[in-house]
Design a protein around this ligand. Structure first.
Ligand code: ZN
Length: 310
């Protein structure tokens, strides 16, 4: 099991205004900002990581906030919704909270025998909160969101595709997922290697136009492996399948590989090590602006251009 894909590691999306994004995820959704850094390829913009107390893989949602970016369009060849698990009985709390904060949402519905609530973040990124009976992940709580309601971490990611076989091949043959259930045109794939953040849904919509990845869109989905040795084994296996995959990249908090799956979505494989406490103590996570070594000498300049969050 240790040499297999361990579900979702993180999901990265694109936002517009940085402060609006920060306020929404820390206050309304009640996630912890576990790392405040910059886009390593564009150091004048932030890279935010939101998650549980420790920033455990399977709870991490990250954003590149680009002020003024055009809004994307949901469509095929995209990851189109992000699913979080929440405690059984908590959707009434969430509906009231979303209503009070002028968040766009749909009324509660049900699929695969579970109740869920759909909403959009301020940039139009689509989410589902799914009630689950058991989840032993330790939640991050706030003065407004107690354990009875707080988000556990990821439940699933949904990919919309014109033809499911394209993505299915990578999911099953490379990443070790199996088709577990189907409802209408939604195919639920799951890995048995982990208890949570283990689901990928493919929604097959043959006539759906190709989406445009911009503000309010998922940029990529990262799958989790234990360490670098496993990461490199996956690189060899991806190459053997004819996929174009990057070299190993150091992302400070994990090591990564990237490839575009044949269904059109950018996938990443990322390691558990070294994790978010590599440059900040657990109790201080997210409170300091952390820069990778190559930008430390430009800190004053970078701090001057980054938007204020408070
Ligand atoms: Zn990533």
């Amino acid at each position: 099991m240790e040499t297999q894909i361990l579900g979702i590691h993180h999901i990265t999306a694109i936002a517009g205004n940085a402060k609006r994004n920060y306020d929404f995820y820390t206050r309304i959704l009640g996630l912890r900002l576990v790392k405040k850094t910059v886009n390593f390829d564009d150091p004048n913009t932030y890279h935010f990581y939101y998650g549980d107390e420790q920033g455990n893989p399977g709870t991490i949602l990250t954003f590149f906030p680009w002020e003024g970016i055009q809004t994307g369009r949901r469509g095929s060849r995209q990851a189109t919704e992000i699913g979080y698990s929440v405690p059984a009985g908590s959707l009434a709390f969430w509906q009231e909270r979303l209503e009070k904060n002028n968040v766009i949402y749909n009324k509660t519905a049900e699929k695969f025998g579970q109740k869920y609530l759909t909403f959009l973040d301020p940039d139009g990124l689509k989410f589902e909160l799914t009630e689950v009976e058991t989840d032993t992940r330790k939640q991050w709580t706030t003065s407004e969101i107690s354990e009875a309601n707080a988000v556990y971490g990821f439940h699933h990611i949904t990919i919309t595709t014109n033809k499911k076989e394209l993505t299915e091949k990578v999911l099953t043959e490379l990443l070790g997922y199996e088709l577990k259930a189907t409802e209408v045109n939604r195919y639920r794939y799951q890995t048995d290697t982990v208890a949570y953040a283990a689901i990928v849904d493919l929604v097959e919509a043959p006539g759906e136009a190709v989406g445009h990845v911009a503000g309010g869109s998922v940029h990529h989905v990262a799958f989790r492996v234990k360490d670098e040795e496993t990461l490199l084994q996956y690189r060899d296996r991806a190459l053997a399948m004819g996929l174009h995959i990057t070299e190993k990249i150091d992302r400070n908090y994990f090591y990564s590989l990237y490839f575009r799956e044949p269904g059109g979505v950018l996938f990443e494989i990322a390691t558990d090590n070294p994790g978010f406490t590599v440059d900040e103590a657990l109790e201080e996570l997210g409170t300091n602006l952390k820069l990778p070594q190559q930008y430390e000498s430009s800190r004053a300049k970078i701090e001057a251009v980054l938007p204020k969050l408070i």
